[in-house]
Ligand binder design. Sequence first.
Ligand code: ZN
Length: 210
Amino acid sequence: MPVVVSNDADAEALGEHAVSFPTSTALCLVKVSTGIGVGLVIDGRIYHGVDGGSGDIGHIRVADPRAQETLCQCGAHGCLATIASGRAVARDLRALGIAAESGRDVERLLQQGDPRAAALTQQAGRALGEVLASVVCLFNPGVMVIGGALSSGPLIAGIRESLYRLSLPRATRHLTMELGTIDDGAALIGLVQQVVDQEFAPGRINEPLG
Ligand SMILES: [Zn+2]
């Protein structure tokens, strides 16, 4: 049985591309759940990097003093994920006496319209936007989809605040930024797409024909 393995952000990026942006030649999906990841789809194909490590932006080091003080899951200090992930927002909510452990808990509070969750998520978005300004500068995407548990109005508002301020107009002039619409389904669609691409590739079709 052929097996396809893909990380969540990559699969979601391909799913969003297949369903909502099939003509995009440079799409970037930013997944903000308990952690942070980016999936890149270039000319309809996932860009994996040489070891599958592309898009792991949660561990890019940032200058924010709060990040410098906080130990990341990866063992380092200063990672973006320590101030902008679902785990980080949940921690900041707990400091206010609100029960939250994960990105899903933050998602639930956002859906309930909790103003503290919204403010902290927007703050996370601003920190994320600073790093995404570099992503946009390097990759010049036409579409940036914001997905994951924290995908929300406050998050995208925070991202816009810092991303546009720190980017050259040339890199953002044709950038469409949207919240993901198919959420968890996007990863499933992306995985199916990969199986279809693999099994119906010209070489694979020709194999049984000799
Ligand atoms: Zn880290």
